[in-house]
Design a protein around this ligand. Structure first.
Ligand code: TZP
Ligand code: MG
Length: 213
């Protein structure tokens, strides 16, 4: 069983698309997250080409490179196990429509992390039997970050998921500094956050970490 940090920020390329140099903007953002104390990050890009995604992942991955650091720093790629290998990331996060966790595991090997998104108790139960390092559940609260989100599961959905698996549980969707404590108290091991870190990333990370530890 892995040990997962309490805060799991996601760098979503969509929030940086309007910048004159999106890669530099994302790099500055990632540096600020790291300065705040983050050790686990996911890179998400729902619109870029594979080529673009690989180039950006490589660039950001470099900033997470902390050999020998304890706890280990990990850079996880959303959706694409193939690009996870190509950019030598530390893991891949797959959804219900990406490569199956089994196929992702076969590609990335035993040491990298494989995470999976689930949206209801049945999916949690099934994922619990899969070769994944953690299970994400959500959306916990309403979110405008994800296109066509599944129905909100609420804190009750987190409690239900907790009862169904002993794997590390990551909660996602609409999680903010105002509600993150309740999500951990409902049984999540970690909270994945996109929008509530965007303004003042370093300071926001520090506030999250203070609330969650
Ligand atoms: N999956 C479920 S909700 C979500 C994803 C990727 C978006 C989370 O973003 P935010 O801004 O933290 O609600
Ligand atoms: Mg996906």
């Amino acid at each position: 069983l892995i040990r997962i940090p309490r805060l799991y920020p996601i760098v979503d390329a969509a929030f940086f698309a309007a910048a004159s140099d999106p890669v530099s903007a994302m790099a500055a953002y990632l540096r600020a997250l790291l300065a705040g104390g983050v050790t686990l990050v996911q890179y998400r890009n729902k619109t870029g080409s594979a080529r673009e995604m690989l180039a950006q992942a490589r660039e950001l991955r470099r900033l997470m490179w902390r050999p020998g650091a304890e706890p280990q720093y990990r850079f996880i790629l959303n959706d694409r196990a193939d690009l996870c290998l190509a950019a030598d990331c530390d893991g891949v996060h797959v959804g219900q429509d990406d490569l199956s966790p089994h196929a992702a595991r076969a590609l990335v090997g035993p040491d990298r992390w494989v995470g999976v998104s689930t949206h209801n108790p049945e999916q949690v139960q099934v994922a619990s039997q899969w070769p994944v390092d953690y299970i994400a559940v959500g959306p916990v609260f309403a979110t405008s970050t994800k296109a066509n989100p599944d129905p909100v599961i609420g804190l009750e959905g987190v409690r239900t998921a907790r009862a169904l698996t002993s794997k590390p549980l990551v909660a996602i969707g609409g999680i903010t500094r105002a509600n993150c404590r309740s999500v951990i108290d409902a049984g999540a091991d970690s909270v994945a956050v996109i929008s509530d870190l965007i303004n003042e990333p370093q300071r926001s990370v520090q506030e999250f970490l203070r609330l969650l530890t």
